[in-house]
Every structure is written in C-alpha cells, then in structure tokens.
Design a binder for this molecule. Structure first.
Ligand code: TYD
Length: 195
C-alpha cells in the first residue's frame, strides 16, 4: 500500500511520517519510509542541487530534476516494495510537484502531472494525506523556502485545492494540536486501507 504525506514546508510531515511508519510496524506490516526528493543516490544528489541557494535554476529545469529524482525512487524503491506487498510511507510525492512547480512556479498542473506520471510509469499513491494549518519552520531557508512570500502563499492555497483535483485519493488533515492528536487524525484518514 502506497501512502504519501504532503503539505507546505514546516507543517510537521516528517514527524508524522515516522509516527505512521511506527504504527504500521506495530501492526506487523513491512514499512518502507522514503522522502522526496531523495532516497536514492541520484535522488540525494538531485536534492542537494535543488535545495542549494547558491545554484541558479530555471523553473523547467527545477521541475525536471524533481521528476528525475521521482523516477529513480519509484523504480529503485517504490515499485519493488509494492511488488512484495510492503507499505510505503513517502514524505512528499507527485502532489508536491503539482503544487510547487505547477501552481507555485506557474508551469501549470497539467504539464507537471504528465511529466510526473511519465517519471513514475503511472504509479500513484493509494492515498495522499495533506497536512495543513500550521507553520513550524525554524531553520535556515533552503533554495525552495527562500522563494518568497507570494510563492509560498500560492503553495499553501494549492495544497488545499488538491482535494478537488483528486477527491478519491487526497484527504486534508488538520495539523494543529499535539503530535499524537494529529497522528490519530492521519490514521483515521487511512480509513478503508488500514491493515
Ligand atoms: P524538504 O527539506 O524535504 O522540505 P520539507 O521538510 O518541508 O518537506 O525540502 C523539499 C523542498 O522541495 C520543499 O520546499 C518542497 C520542495 N519540492 C518541490 O518544490 N517539488 C517537489 O516535487 C518536491 C518533492 C519537493
């Protein structure tokens, strides 16, 4: 079963991905945790380039690099894990590209979806949980985080629009409150898929 966690920077996805993986393991499931961009040699190197504030990059090159990292992660990690029946909990996936590159950069949702589906060979999460409602960013901004307030406002709004784009797959999860409260909401949003 393939699940992705999404949301704006600093919404607490990474903590929640770890808690979800822990819960699934406690239920006896094999869980593969991954993050995007990253999770492979190519993906981690692409990540270093993508987040480095010293690297100048056009919007299209940025979109294609994210897609290349996704292609590699899907081929090396996600597809084999799906084949053996494992759970995959991925911190960001295709929807981050739809929102950050499609809406934030203004490249358009349709072309970015096409590029991303080409990258994954059509593989999509069974469910995508979009966390929203808080901003816990506290570290030095990376290249994406430094993209400006208007960009991040478009991103935050874009995440809320995702449900309308893919209502069968995407669920909004309120990320306000304590970690275990949010974890319980995430578990509830997996309704129908839980082991
Ligand atoms: P990361 O440190 O993983 O951010 P976070 O901890 O908030 O998840 O950095 C990933 C950054 O890259 C983040 O700003 C979102 C952005 N991103 C895109 O713009 N497009 C994408 O397709 C993906 C996967 C991430």
């Amino acid at each position: 079963m393939f699940v992705s966690l999404e949301g704006p920077d600093g919404v607490g996805k990474t903590t929640q991905a770890a808690l979800l993986a822990e819960r699934l393991r406690a239920e006896g499931c094999e869980v593969v945790q991954c993050r995007e961009p990253g999770g492979t040699e190519l993906g981690e190197r692409a990540r270093a380039l993508l987040l480095d504030p010293a690297v100048t990059m056009g919007d299209r090159a940025e979109a294609l690099l994210f897609a290349a990292a996704r292609a590699e992660l899907t081929q090396e990690v996600i597809a084999p894990a799906l084949d053996r029946g494992a759970w995959i909990v991925c911190d960001r996936f295709i929807d981050s590209s739809l929102v950050y590159q499609g809406l934030g950069r203004g490249l358009g949702v349709e072309p970015i979806r096409d590029v991303s589906l080409f990258a994954t060979g059509g593989i999509l999460p069974a469910r995508t949980l979009v966390l929203h409602g808080v901003d816990r960013r506290d570290d030095e901004p990376d290249r994406m985080e430094a993209a400006g307030a208007n960009f991040h406002a478009r991103v935050a709004e874009g995440f809320l629009e995702l449900v309308a784009l893919a209502p069968d797959r995407v669920r909004l999860v309120d990320a306000r409150g304590g970690e275990s409260e949010v974890a319980a909401r995430i578990w509830a949003a997996l309704e129908g898929l839980q082991p």
